[in-house]
Design a protein around this ligand. Structure first.
Ligand SMILES: C[S@@+](CC[C@H](N)C(=O)[O-])C[C@H]1O[C@@H](n2cnc3c(N)ncnc32)[C@H](O)[C@@H]1O
Length: 224
């Protein structure tokens, strides 16, 4: 771990202990700008988001949805792949939507990225179903995540895929905490009707887990 990453990590842990954690749940105001700045530049966060976008294996014409997109790091990585498609990023923080807009200015202008300021629990989208969806370190902040995942299954085409990423941020988190997080995500996805589930791991400290699943016939039938 390089010195810049170490200093940022110490700073973040201090900030979290002193009430800053809320700024990662719903960044607002000047402190929210700082939280977005950190998420957009901290090498572990950037690596985690780019890794997740690679795992989702997005193809050029595909339509992709990212929930809780924060400052738009994964949106940029996804838009770099969906070059003839569309990436929709959603976040309930106006500060994050603005930062994501700046980070993806050219793609937004070209109509390949759309950013929506809304809570996931109020998300209303029409139009063609998405090929893939991504959520990085955000699902644990949503109200009733099981219900949200059932709604997401309805926004994806049959066979469409989802990637849920978690790097536990609680004090003292270890590799075992990451395994527990993966088990919880797997159970939630199974309950929402996704199948073909697999877990990938990125070797950070603690490890990042990504659970990938597909909209099953069962989930697709529930939508019709
Ligand atoms: C820890 S940050 C992660 C941001 C981004 N995914 C990343 O990895 O850089 C969590 C993000 O989820 C967003 N968020 C949390 N709850 C949300 C909800 N109910 N609806 C929409 N966005 C939400 C927050 O505003 C924040 O931008």
């Amino acid at each position: 771990m390089d010195i810049k990453e170490r200093v940022l990590g110490h700073g973040l842990r201090w900030w979290a202990r002193h009430g800053g954690i809320a700024q990662f749940h719903r960044p607002a105001g000047a402190a929210g700008h700082v939280a977005g700045w950190v998420m957009g530049r901290r090498s572990s966060n950037v690596a985690r988001n780019r890794w997740a976008a690679r795992l989702l294996d997005v193809q050029a014409p595909e339509h992709v949805l990212e929930l809780g997109c924060g400052p738009g790091v994964a949106v940029a990585a996804l838009a770099g792949r969906a070059t003839r498609g569309m990436v929709v990023g959603v976040d309930h923080s106006a500060v994050m939507i603005r930062q994501a807009g700046r980070r993806n200015r050219a793609a937004v202008k070209a109509g390949r990225v759309r950013l929506i300021h809304t809570p996931v629990e109020s998300l209303a989208l029409d139009g063609e179903p998405f090929d893939a969806a991504l959520a990085v370190n955000t699902l644990g902040m949503w109200p009733e995540p099981a219900a949200r995942l059932r709604e997401l299954a309805r926004l994806l085409r049959p066979g469409g895929r989802i990637a849920l990423v978690s790097q536990p941020r609680c004090a003292g988190a270890t590799a075992a905490t990451s395994v527990t997080a993966a088990d919880e995500l797997t159970a939630l996805l199974t309950g929402a009707g996704f199948d073909g589930l697999r877990t990938e791991t990125l070797d950070l400290d603690p490890p990042v887990v990504c659970v990938i699943g597909y909209v099953s016939g069962r989930a697709a039938r529930a939508t019709s």
